[in-house]
Design a protein around this ligand. Structure first.
Ligand code: PLP
Length: 400
């Protein structure tokens, strides 16, 4: 007999980790796979940040910190929110967690009860609905197709809100589509939210700095300050500073919520790694030129990827405004057969055939709540991307 928690028993394991496991197994068998499924920059963490971490180890920053993070890092986080997002934030209004993912988990676990609803626009980051479910609440998935730029509109939001709605989750730039909400689009959503004071908002800004075409980044609490009292604005160092393995995320929001999150974290992981906190401090307070140089690299790759993908038979994609993903429609491939004779009935079949027959790993759109698409992450060097595109083109040409 197994004694699984009932919410865990019905939760799905992360679809992206599942594909990555499959890639690892094929590679272990000696098969060459190009992975376009990683959700992380391919660069090394900048040197001054690594140096700060080594100094932290040698300087005795090797003990427990306060649960909500060191005072120095929380000051730096508050200063970041003031400087970059125009939010009126002091250090007491912040929390530091072990990754942005823990921020989200803490916030939802600290607030959700049985019967509560959380509005999750689709396509969504795979973890949102699963975390909601783990907390015993119900994800209300709102499909947002390519016709609306993969974005939630005010009308759709208004229609999805019920008396049971506890949270709305927003993510811009988006994983998996790279879609970016403009100030006007956020203002339109804010109008609906102002009329529904029982709804909290989780603004996942983790891809803030991966924003192309000289766009300006806006976050909801900045666009509508009246919403700051019920918005958790979340961010982290993973994507901005190529620090996915350091596990530092942070947020600002109302005191009652931050206190609840701290209480939960105090019984779970305690403060984030002391060494990583010193590294994150160096990231937020040190030179920021890494941000613009990595943005330039990603923007060039995006242009090249989108152009090449749109030239391939059977595939089409819109130009994403941020992050490092392209969400590619593969509808024309469906109903046809792969070079090895497999029927391509779904986007999952397409992803599997691309992996087994073309040696390219991508994640099916259905894992993100919208089919038939494949998500391509271009956080990889130019030579590998070129090679991947050649393999995908050959595959598509054979299918069509
Ligand atoms: N939010 C989104 C949309 C993400 O894609 C990710 C990572 O893939 C995270 C949050 C969590 O990042 P981390 O836990 O590394 O801070």
């Amino acid at each position: 007999k197994q004694y699984l928690n009932k919410h865990l028993a019905t939760a799905k394991p992360s679809a992206t980790y599942k594909v990555m496991d499959r890639v690892a197994a094929l590679r272990a068998a000696g098969i060459n796979i190009i992975s376009l499924c990683a959700g992380e920059p391919d660069f090394d963490t900048p040197e001054h940040i690594r140096t700060a971490a080594i100094a932290a180890i040698n300087g005795g920053h090797t003990r427990y910190t306060q649960v909500a993070g060191t005072r120095a890092l929380r000051e730096a986080v508050a200063s970041k929110f003031r400087r970059e997002n125009g939010l009126d934030v002091q250090w007491q209004d912040t929390i530091v967690c072990s990754g942005g993912k823990q921020v989200i988990f803490n916030a939802l676990a600290a607030t959700l009860n049985e019967g509560d609803e959380v509005i999750v626009p689709a396509p969504y980051w795979v973890s949102y609905p699963e975390i909601v479910q783990l907390c015993g609440a119900r994800p209300v998935v709102v499909p947002c197709g390519e016709d609306s730029g993969f974005k939630l509109t005010a009308e759709k939001l208004a229609a999805a809100i019920t008396p049971q709605t506890r949270w709305l989750i927003l993510n811009s730039p988006s994983n998996p589509t790279g879609a970016v909400y403009s100030r006007a689009e956020l203002q339109a959503l804010a109008q609906v939210l102002l009329a529904n004071p029982h709804v909290l908002v989780l603004s996942d800004d983790i891809y803030e700095h991966l924003l192309f075409d000289d766009q300006t980044f806006f976050t909801l609490a900045q666009v509508e300050p009246q919403l700051q009292a019920r918005t958790l604005t979340m961010n982290g160092v993973s994507k901005a500073y190529a620090m996915t393995g350091w596990r530092i995320g942070y947020a600002t929001g109302p005191h009652w919520l931050l206190e609840a999150m701290e209480k939960l974290q105090g019984q779970q992981t305690s403060g984030a790694s002391a060494i990583s906190q010193q590294a994150a401090l160096a990231a937020l307070t040190g030179p920021q030129d890494f941000i613009s140089s990595s943005r330039e690299v990603f923007e060039t790759r995006r242009d090249r990827m989108v152009r090449q993908l749109n030239e391939m038979p059977g595939l089409s994609c819109a130009q994403p405004g941020g992050a490092f993903y392209v969400f590619v429609c593969c509808e024309e491939l469906l109903g046809k057969t792969s070079p090895a004779g497999k029927l391509l009935a779904s986007d999952e079949d397409v992803a599997l055939a691309l992996l087994n027959e073309a040696g390219v790993a991508v994640v099916q759109g259905s894992a993100f709540g919208l089919a038939p698409y494949i998500r391509i992450a271009y956080a990889l060097d130019d030579a590998s991307l070129l090679q991947a595109c050649a393999a995908i083109r050959e595959f598509c040409t054979a299918v069509m």
